[in-house]
Design a protein around this ligand. Structure first.
Ligand code: SF4
Length: 386
């Protein structure tokens, strides 16, 4: 079956909006996303600064004429925002923004801080997709990861009747947790799939960054070896396929029609604005990264400056290589014309991937098969090295 791209309905004159809420109750032991602890008044100050940043970016004019297509509020922990602040925040954030082309509005929820009241206020503000950071439903694994939630709170939120207010619900599952077994993974998957609301799964392998407690104690962690990891991954693929989920990106699965439109836009270089500390923006050729510190971020905004830590220009071969890398990670694939340009029409490598059934040539696109998605990064390296 030829995969339809979740972007088939996207126009080139659209953009996505990402908002990074940089607070967590506590830091998970593996995580190197930017987040800090929260004190009285911090959340109100940060929400005000994020809305002010949006106004500064709009005044800069790089996204003028583009229509807002999707919103993703992530972090950190967006569900840490009290229910009584949410409606005003969204209204300030989108003040003066044309939302007539908005097709998806996602909020990430941590089971520890999400509740029925917050789900109701999300729905009232236009949110239509919820992403729940479950990771595991095994008590021991959650404790090892240092997650702030327990299995009971995750099961409660996965089955909360308020989830019926949303078009789509996604759950995150983690593979490769220390001491994870096939049995514990199977239980986690079964329990998540027993929720009638879950239509999307993001399944990521544990990635250990050096600057985290896991990174500092990597040697003593009982991490699954390569064979065990491969068995966990096979189990996940079997269970999700049996349940009707389709893998549309290396780590993302959805029931048909429930693919994340916002994330799909990243993979095809649709422009996006990133607001909040550590968020990135991309206007089609320039990428900017924001300051990775809450206090310095707020200070920059207060003095009327865009809170940028770095900027880079992606052009020519670099942009093409990134396009190939991102495209080969999705079942929609990458345009043949781009691969031709990169390889100087040397088809030997691509032909070998087609012969090995890692890629399908549909005439216009090279689309990875399921086996090809597992090889996406390796294929990219070989294609780009030519
Ligand atoms: S809740 Fe999420 S963002 Fe916060 S520390 Fe844990 S993994 Fe990182």
């Amino acid at each position: 079956m030829i995969a339809k791209s979740p972007l088939d309905d996207a126009g080139i004159n659209q953009y996505g909006l990402y908002v990074h809420i940089p607070f967590c109750i506590k830091a998970c032991r593996y995580c190197d996303f930017h987040s800090q602890g929260v004190k009285q008044g911090d959340i109100e100050t940060m929400l005000g600064a994020i809305c002010a940043e949006h106004r500064l970016v709009s005044a800069e004019g790089h996204f003028a004429g583009l229509k807002l297509r999707s919103i993703y509020i992530g972090g950190g922990t967006p569900s840490i925002i009290p229910a009584n602040l949410w409606g005003q925040f969204v209204s300030d954030l989108l003040d003066d923004v044309d939302t007539s082309k908005l097709i998806e509005f996602t909020v990430e929820c941590n089971p520890q801080s999400a509740n029925a009241k917050k789900l109701n206020v999300y729905a009232e503000s236009g949110v239509d997709r919820i992403s729940i950071g479950v990771q595991s439903l095994d008590k021991r694994e959650l404790a090892i990861l240092g997650r702030p939630h327990n299995a009971e709170s995750a099961i409660d939120i996965l089955n909360s009747p308020e989830l019926s207010l949303f078009k789509s619900v996604s759950a995150d599952i983690m593979l490769g947790i220390p001491a994870q077994t096939k049995e514990s993974l199977q239980q986690t998957i079964d329990e998540i799939l027993s929720s009638k609301f879950v239509k999307h799964i993001s399944a990521y392998e544990l990635n250990i960054a050096d600057n985290t407690p896991f990174g500092r104690h990597r040697k003593i962690l009982p991490l699954p070896n390569e064979d065990e990891l491969s068995e966990l991954s096979t189990l996940l693929k079997e269970k999700l396929s049996e349940a009707g989920f389709v893998r549309y990106e290396v780590s993302n699965w959805a029931l048909p029609g429930h693919e994340s439109r916002h994330n799909s836009a990243y993979w095809t270089h649709v422009p996006y604005i990133g607001l909040g500390p550590s968020a990135h923006s991309f206007d089609g050729s320039n990428r900017h990264g924001n300051i990775v510190d809450n206090m310095r971020y707020v200070e920059a905004i207060s003095s009327g400056k865009l809170p940028r830590e770095f900027s880079e220009c992606l052009i020519g071969r670099e942009l093409m290589e990134e396009t190939v890398m991102l495209g080969l990670r999705t079942s929609s694939g990458v345009k043949k014309s781009i691969v031709d340009e990169l390889t100087g029409r040397n088809h030997a490598i691509v032909d070998s991937f087609i012969k090995a059934e890692f890629l399908i040539d549909d005439g216009e696109y090279l689309r990875p098969t399921n086996a090809g998605l597992d090889m996406a990064d390796g294929m990219t390296k070989l294609i780009c090295r030519q």
